[in-house]
Design a protein around this ligand. Structure first.
Ligand code: HEM
Length: 171
């Protein structure tokens, strides 16, 4: 097993996608909690949940971005795939900045059990950027086919194995 598999995952099982699920899910939860607070549908608990979820999302972003960076570094500089992946990278960095600013600006409100207007706006901006970045990340995988082996006829035991059936050319 190559040492790089520890940060990028083996060929058939990239590490970045499952980590993105955790990060996007956590930021999505934070956004829903903020909306519930601003709409006055839940008491103080929604504001507490919003801020804690933002912090958890920021922590998981560190792992998600690291695994994405390792894959991004393997792309041919200036290629069409690189352009899509770099747009994805930029959107995700911008989303992270918005969520970080929301957590910092909204900390005082959080201690009072409320989501301030500015922090709420930043959370919504972060979510829009996150969704844009997710769209572009999907294009990297499902349009360009990065890290996809596409072994449609692979046997189940091969497909489920921790190591790939055949090394792909792009790996
Ligand atoms: C908040 C941080 C990030 C999130 C939530 C995220 C999310 C995603 C998503 C949803 C995909 C598509 C995966 C799939 O559906 O199978 C993806 C793919 C990808 N992302 Fe990210 N991403 C993040 C940060 C980054 C960064 C910082 C880079 C580069 C420096 C990057 C590079 C890539 C690459 C190269 C792919 C395609 C190959 C792979 O799966 O690794 N990502 N990302």
């Amino acid at each position: 097993m190559k040492a790089s598999y520890l940060v990028k995952g083996p060929p058939a099982h990239p590490l970045h996608p499952p980590l993105t699920d955790l990060t996007i899910g956590t930021y999505g939860f934070a956004t829903v909690a903020a909306i519930l607070d601003v709409a006055n549908l839940v008491g103080r608990n929604a504001a507490y949940a919003w801020w804690i979820a933002l912090v958890v999302g920021l922590c998981s972003t560190a792992l998600t971005a690291t695994s994405g960076l390792v894959d991004w570094l393997s792309i041919e500089w200036g290629s069409e795939l690189w352009k899509t992946a770099t747009a994805h990278l930029s959107a995700m960095l911008a989303a992270t900045g918005a969520f970080l600013a929301a957590a910092l600006l909204g900390h005082h409100g959080y201690t009072q059990g409320t989501v301030s207007a500015g922090a709420f706006a930043l959370t919504l901006v972060g979510f829009v950027l996150l969704t844009t970045g997710g769209w572009l990340g999907g294009a990297v995988v499902y349009v360009h086919g990065m890290r996809v082996l596409n072994l449609v006829s692979a046997r189940f035991e091969q497909a489920a194995a921790p190591t790939p059936p055949e090394p792909a050319e792009s790996e």
